[in-house]
Design a protein around this ligand. Structure first.
Ligand code: ZN
Length: 512
């Protein structure tokens, strides 16, 4: 026998002893390893064998995909001009989740391409942030590159195993008031960062990545460039567990429970019973309608009038929004693509305050002079720009100069857009005098009227402040065009909100 064998035995004994001493003196915060090894009997058995969740304080909990056996990675099939590489998870018996992700990611990539002439690449990767108690949380990380820059963003979706419904992150909040309260807390929390308070509104497109850290604190994260310059990267806020508690929906409380538990193994045992495509049937906080059911415009006594503003947003639009808010009045903004790029947060505010955002093309061409494909592309670009800012898909468009024909009708029908002309033209673009604009608008105001103005002229903003006050005093309901019309058929042209037999044929000659 070699003489070193006793020494080796001693060495092994010392290593074992050292190990015992170390594990006995380990602080409680470092228990993960021993719990994972199942050697920590007493402690973990007491709280139902729960494992601690893993993740950083300012991040959403992370769950290893290995904890969900059978999960496969699917690559999004997408044909387009940009370099697209997007993957998402496919979990056995969770078909509606995969269908939802496929559809939602396809819409995101399409909007990125349609809104960016310089679109180069779109990458999408996924991770899990919860897989427990019938809930699966999927957090997507997307990286967009265009000719200007590269931006990283996140969105987090919540799948309910038993119902087969997928919820966006705003569903974690109990309602619109709670989302608005969260928005206020977030404004305070990010006040010492590069984030702009005027970029933060309680809409679901902004609160699309909300979840919990392993301690159950609420984590909100914004995409690069969404509320601060792109160079600031990911802006986030952490709301302590106790403060967030009263803002959460039942789903939010369930999600918190799931996200604060480490996952040993999770399987979806059965597919949902009903045929589901993953859509959530509940109205989500932060998804706003341009219609207010408290006013019925089919009743002439309601005195409904639609103020409409084209070619913006402009520098004076916030002042106009203030005036509308002061009188609880709604208006419709036919926005043009380039101003949307210049004032994205004004578009966000317009939507958040219940006004209607509608399509007035990318760069104001006469659509009747374009090929069908070019007209479609022009409208699609603005459709995508507004969707990316607000999550809202517009239902209405106004052809520049009021110029439309059969081909424009076809294109707008395909895009789901009704064509809105006007019954009253203030000619505010030509006569830059507030008193003149005011007189024309008030003179033509009557039940069912659609009044044409442009919020890029300071004189129109000044006139509107008086017009709104005066119409309010005269008992008018200032409503969005969608509310005025009730239903608007894509492709069809409307000049006012009166029933068909009373409506004028075609729009007056406008030189908008
Ligand atoms: Zn215009």
């Amino acid at each position: 026998m070699a003489p070193d064998q006793p020494l080796l035995t001693v060495a092994i004994a010392m290593v074992v002893l050292l190990g015992l001493v170390l594990s006995a003196s380990r602080p409680p915060g470092l228990l993960e390893d021993s719990a994972l090894a199942d050697s920590d009997g007493a402690q973990s058995a007491e709280d139902g064998d729960r494992l601690p969740a893993t993740g950083e304080f300012d991040q959403l909990t992370t769950v290893s995909p290995d904890a969900v056996p059978g999960t496969e990675e699917v690559t999004l099939a997408y044909e387009g001009g940009a370099d697209v590489s997007v993957t998402y998870p496919s979990i056995p018996n969770a078909g509606p989740l995969s269908d939802f992700l496929d559809r939602t990611l396809t819409a995101q990539v399409h909007a990125f391409e349609a809104a960016n002439p310089g679109a180069r690449a779109f990458l999408g990767e996924w991770g899990l942030t919860a897989a427990e108690d019938g809930i699966v949380g999927v957090r997507m990380t997307t990286t967009e590159t265009d000719s200007e820059e590269t931006r990283e963003g996140h969105s987090t979706y919540w799948y309910e195993v038993d119902t087969g419904a997928v919820h966006g992150s705003s569903h974690l909040l109990a309602g619109q008031a709670e989302l608005a309260e969260l928005n206020e807390r977030v404004r305070e929390a990010v006040s010492d960062t590069d984030a702009a308070p005027s970029a933060l509104y309680p809409i679901s497109a902004l609160y699309d990545s909300v979840g919990f850290n392993p301690d159950g604190d609420l984590v909100v994260e914004f995409d690069a460039g969404q509320v601060a310059p792109v160079s600031a990267g990911r802006v986030h806020a952490v709301l302590p567990r106790d403060e967030a508690e009263s803002l959460l929906s039942d789903l939010g409380l369930r999600v918190r429970e799931a996200a604060t538990t480490g996952v040993r193994e999770f399987t979806v045992s059965d597919a949902p019973e009903a045929e589901k495509d993953g859509s959530s049937s509940q109205a989500a906080p932060g998804v706003l309608s341009p219609r207010d059911d408290s006013v019925d415009c089919s009743d002439p006594a309601a005195k409904c009038v639609a103020l409409t503003y084209d070619d913006g947003p402009g520098g004076g639009t916030p002042e106009l929004l203030d005036a509308l808010a002061a009188h609880d009045a709604k208006a419709t903004f036919f926005v043009t693509g380039l101003p949307v790029v210049e004032h994205p947060w004004v578009v966000r505010r317009t939507y958040a305050e219940g006004h209607e955002v509608a399509n007035h093309t990318l760069d104001h061409p006469n659509l009747t002079e374009l090929s069908k494909g070019a007209a479609r592309k022009n409208l699609e670009a603005t459709q995508a720009l507004v969707y990316r800012e607000t999550g809202y898909t517009m239902d209405l468009m106004r052809p520049p100069y009021g110029a439309t024909d059969g081909q424009v009708a076809e294109v707008t029908a395909e895009l789901g857009l009704a064509q809105i002309l006007w019954s009253a033209d203030t000619n505010d673009w030509r006569d830059r005098k507030a008193s003149v604009v005011r007189k024309r608008a008030l003179g033509d105001a009557e039940h069912g009227a659609i009044i044409l103005m442009h919020d890029i002229h300071p004189t129109t903003i000044d006139a509107s402040i008086d017009i709104i006050r005066e119409l309010d005093e005269r008992g008018y309901s200032m409503v969005t065009v969608s509310q005025l019309l009730g239903t608007a058929e894509p492709g069809r042209t409307y000049v006012d909100g009166l029933p068909e037999e009373e409506s004028e044929e075609g729009a007056p000659d406008g030189s908008e």
